[in-house]
Design a protein around this ligand. Structure first.
Ligand SMILES: [Zn+2]
Length: 321
């Protein structure tokens, strides 16, 4: 079976796969079916037939629905690949060249190579360290900005989990006797849930910014609340809230027409606030603009509709934004 340039699947029989492919491709002595379309990918093979059984099998496959053909191709991928190697057909454009199960991954950013974001990283020496607590669901979200944030900031840790081991979390939060601060908006549910009211952060001395550790929860709004509920130490941390969204960030937000701050934007802004503008995050915010454009090219827009609001979203629950 051969996938064609117009996304159809052609089924045929031959005694010489390479010769037959060339004929289909050139249009000389190829099947009539390939007039006006090209063979693109050898996607299914069976071998070991004689002329009679091959014809019967061809007829049976041609009678299948498009869905059933797709299923047949999908379930026999490994077998087809093995036959391609066995019959030395590697020179043909085939499933061999576009493996779906084993995408090459970048070791640095842990993303598929075609989606690698390493070129966007320009290191920034943030003074306030950040600790990103990432919900596991975010690790497979191609549009997640925490990875770019983490790779770009020199003083950054990223931990993945929903409920962390209490001792581990304590160590991450209080290591080197730094003061952890949680970036999180005020939520009215706090009192209803019976949670500890957070202390507000006293005005900071910029010289002390290297003694601070900003804790970021990278999750959807709903999951972030669950994480705060499950990891009770987070409830008692002094909290940082964003005061005013700077114009530069606002422009990028508008540019990718999302009504919310990404984790990267919210973190950069909180850092600027705590460091009293001592460090320039403009290159990172510009890189995010490129990242958004790059990812939009790969990710279907429908993904956005499944997203819950980001906890930093400037909605009615968070009047400070
Ligand atoms: Zn990479």
């Amino acid at each position: 079976m051969i996938r064609t340039s117009d996304a159809q699947v052609y089924t045929g029989i031959t005694t010489d796969m390479v010769r037959r492919w060339r004929q289909h491709e050139s249009g000389k002595a190829g099947a009539r079916y390939f007039r006006g379309r090209k063979p693109v990918e050898l996607c299914y093979l069976e071998a070991g037939h004689n002329r009679a059984t091959a014809s019967q099998r061809e007829y049976a496959i041609k009678s299948l629905s498009a869905t059933a053909k797709k299923q047949l191709i999908a379930t026999q991928l490994a077998y087809t690949r093995a036959l391609i190697v066995l019959h030395q057909l590697e020179e043909l454009p085939a499933l061999m060249t576009t493996p779906t199960s084993k995408r090459p991954m970048c070791n640095t950013c842990s993303r598929p190579v075609r989606n690698c974001i390493c070129a966007l990283v320009s290191p920034i020496a943030n003074r306030v360290e950040i600790l990103i607590l990432q919900h596991p669901a975010e690790t497979t979200n191609a549009k997640n900005t925490a990875g770019l944030l983490h790779l770009s900031l020199k003083n950054s840790q990223l931990k993945i989990g929903e409920q962390f081991d209490a001792e581990d979390l304590d160590n991450w939060l209080f290591a080197e006797q730094k003061q952890p601060l949680l970036l999180y908006p005020e939520i009215p549910e706090y009192q209803a849930l019976g949670l500890t009211a957070p202390q507000m952060l006293p005005a900071q001395n910029p010289a002390a910014s290297h003694q601070l550790r900003l804790v970021i929860i990278d999750a959807t709004w709903r999951k972030s609340r669950k994480m705060i509920y499950l990891n009770r130490v987070l409830q008692s941390l002094p909290r940082v809230m964003l005061t005013e969204t700077p114009t530069s960030i606002y422009k990028i937000r508008k540019a990718h027409s999302e009504n919310q701050l990404s984790t990267l934007e919210a973190s950069c802004y909180a850092l600027q606030q705590l460091e009293q503008q001592q460090v320039d995050y403009a290159p990172l915010l510009a890189a995010m603009g490129l990242f958004v454009a790059q990812q939009s090219a790969f990710v279907p827009l429908i993904d956005d509709q499944n997203e819950l609001p980001n906890p930093f979203a400037p909605d009615e629950r968070n009047p400070h934004l």
